[in-house]
Design a protein around this ligand. Structure first.
Ligand SMILES: [Zn+2]
Length: 59
């Protein structure tokens, strides 16, 4: 089981590259049990959505 530091690193790396299946599964499992990292995931999701919106404006 990965710890919070590893999970956060994967969340961050997921912005720049596609995570492997093993990484994604481990991350998913950690997010199921860890409220703190779920909050981090939402934060990263928000950043990604915001970045995408700036990169390609919606029609
Ligand atoms: Zn965690």
């Amino acid at each position: 089981m990965m710890n919070c530091k590893e999970a956060t690193q994967l969340l961050s790396q997921g912005q720049e590259r596609t995570l492997t299946l093993v990484e994604r599964l481990g991350l998913k499992l950690h997010l199921l049990i860890c409220k703190g990292c779920r909050a981090s995931e939402r934060h990263f999701d928000f950043l990604r959505t915001a970045a995408r919106r700036i990169g390609s404006p919606e029609p």
